[in-house]
Design a protein around this ligand. Structure first.
Ligand code: ADP
Length: 161
């Protein structure tokens, strides 16, 4: 039973995240998408809402039932250990992601040598996507249907009402 954790803010989930989730699901028996509760920033959507949106998007996309979503607090490596995960999955979009991800992966390895970090690249049409940009476009009423699952587009539209 090989379980992977895909951690992040997912505030909110984009099609780039969904693409990484689908790829991870082909590699692991179980994938846990883990929304990090950040004590420093509250975020646009509450963690529980982000989890709901991830669950709905996974179901709507017809992705395998071996994927689940939850949120967690504290150190990622502790969460990974408590869940018997063999890997942490992260998405790499561009060289600009690399330095930060490299540092995190090595620090996490130092803290918990048994958990391997693996990087997956999304389809190239999602390379330029980020939650931040999508939120900015949505806040000005721009079209975001190509960038996020329908449930997320609806949730973002709801913020403007
Ligand atoms: P952060 O942890 O920096 O808040 P996010 O929560 O947005 O990042 O994303 C979680 C993970 O998904 C990170 O590894 C990030 O690099 C990756 N990611 C974000 N957007 C995309 C995308 N469009 N394609 C592939 N991976 C992505």
């Amino acid at each position: 039973m090989r379980r992977a954790i895909y951690p992040g803010s997912f505030d909110p989930l984009t099609n780039g995240h969904l693409d990484v989730i689908a790829r991870a699901a082909r590699l692991f028996d179980e994938v846990v998408v883990a929304v990090a509760r950040n004590s420093q920033k509250s975020g646009t959507f509450a963690p529980a809402r982000r989890v709901e949106l991830i669950e709905t998007a996974i179901r709507d996309a017809g992705l395998p039932e071996t994927i689940r979503a939850t949120h967690f607090e504290g150190l990622l490596v502790d969460f990974a250990r408590d869940n018997n995960a063999v890997a942490i999955v992260r998405g790499l979009r561009a060289v600009s992601d690399f330095e930060f991800e490299f540092q995190m992966a090595l620090m996490n390895r130092k803290l918990q040598p048994k958990v391997e970090t693996i990087f997956l690249m999304p389809h190239d049409e999602y390379i330029y996507l980020s939650s931040r940009l999508v939120k900015e476009i949505a806040s000005y009423g721009g079209e975001i249907a190509d960038f996020v699952p329908a449930c997320v587009a609806e949730a973002l539209a709801g913020l403007r009402d």
